[in-house]
Ligand binder design. Sequence first.
Ligand code: 9G3
Length: 574
Amino acid sequence: MLFSQLFCPTLREVPAEAEVLSHQLLLRAGFIRKASAGIYSYLPLAYRVIKKIENIVREEMDRAGGQEVLMPIVQPAEIWQKSGRWVVYGDEMFRLQDRHHRDFALGPTHEEMITTLVDADVHTYRDLPLLLYQIQNKYRDEIRPRFGLLRGREFIMKDAYSFDMDNEGLDKVYWRMYETYSRIFNRLSLEYRVVEADSGAIGGNETHEFTVLADTGESEIVYCDACDYAANVEKAQCKVSAEINYNEEMLPLDTIPTPGQKTINDLVSFLNIPVEKTVKTLVYVQDGELVAAILRGDRELNEIKFKHVLGCNELRMAGEEEVRQACGAGFGSLGPVGLKLKVYADQEIVTAKNFSCGANKDDYHYINVNMGRDFEPHAVADIRSAVEGDNCPLCEGRLSLVRGIEAGQIFKLGTKYSASLEATYKDQDGKDKVFVMGCYGIGISRTMAAAVEQKHDENGIIWPVPIAPYHVVVVPVNIKNEEQMTAGLKIYRELQTEGIEVLFDDRDERAGVKFKDADLIGIPVRITIGPKSLQENKVEMKKRWEKDNELVELDGVSARVKEIILPLLHGTIE
Ligand code: 9G3
């Protein structure tokens, strides 16, 4: 491809709206252009990357026995009404009407569609198991679309759905998808972690997330340095550490005036006590009822874990007024002693001794509070968020906390959709049984952005070879120089015949501009045809992920390029 013909409008400046790096770089490097909030056009270089990611996904899904289909984006409301989700997903669902004023949705996902499709034509257990997948645009009207392709309102997803007779069958396909996803992310040459995740509102039980590591990622995950435990912080289990054992006598409860002391830090410095001896009280509203959560002062309440303990879907923090009404004091003076609300205590409180907390009276705190003697919690549970350095819940190791971008997720759905949609097959005894299902997603466009978040430097993108838009860019320093152009075009043609994907930068631009563009768009190998090296019948070759150049004999270029590119084409798969 000649650069002078390539539609790749690079930008010098970063558009102000781009908050994260991948958004900035994909805009600047001429990969994407915004059509409207959260909706983008993929320009030629981006679409080459998208197609490579899709093809790796396709190859591995086919290898795993998946059959590719393509379902409609425009989905009839009826199937969503039947599953009960037409109302559940309010504004997030893009809805439209046809000329007869019939309701439709733009597909945010395809559980309803695929279950209805399969139910119509799969009648007996002999047709099972079945694994169907598609690669298709999805539509979700995010309240705050941002971060470019990372949280779009239209995005490309591979979504797969499995149909089995029973849980045993589901277990088999679920772990086969686990393996398949591991192969896919290895082939993409991205660093990732597979973590147990929270199955959230869609129910079902088991789910794993494939998280591409990136410091700017929204997902927080912890993983053990000694075993293979890894979990999304939403779900990560905490273990009460044996280190902090308060082997001290219970001291008499006392009330201390603490004028103006509101935060845990205020308390720590005012009472001159370690933060481990403070307990904070948070008040929430669960389906209309106020409840209290108490945890060590330096811990964060994990609302997802707390919701599971409460067994509720709706949970919000109580406002100051509601709290004053119910507890007789404002935030910063609350505590479990004498509190009229149900108190849910984090498990760390059980072994805590003589701790300090609010006295449910403005500007007063208790000291020497002990659970059991001074108050009885309604329940004890693991409701705090895991942090770096926590003990691993499974072994003696320590947890590391990293951030990442959720690029894939696999779910066990069970009969959630087959039941609501009455999707059945006849088993060996001719009895009607509901399908046992799983669903498996990979964010294709999100994975492209995640690759940029993970692989870049101050000069721009560093594409992993398997998904790079081109493998090599050939840059003659001066296109008016006959020798340089002849040598450059010869290399260009030679590499093409070897199946290497080459860009030839034939633009009448200063060399520096061409080098900057080559780095910005992230092409793995750059070959420079300069006057000096050409005199020695050599060219400069530079790998995008290394600092220095190497000099290569003109007639050794394609061999050297193949030596660099071919081993990297299949990612880190062993
Ligand atoms: C909706 C809307 C948004 C949604 C959903 C439904 C997320 C919805 C969860 C999933 C689960 C899996 C198959 C591929 C992998 C993910 N956002 N989810 O169901 F109507 Cl507006 O999509 N689906």
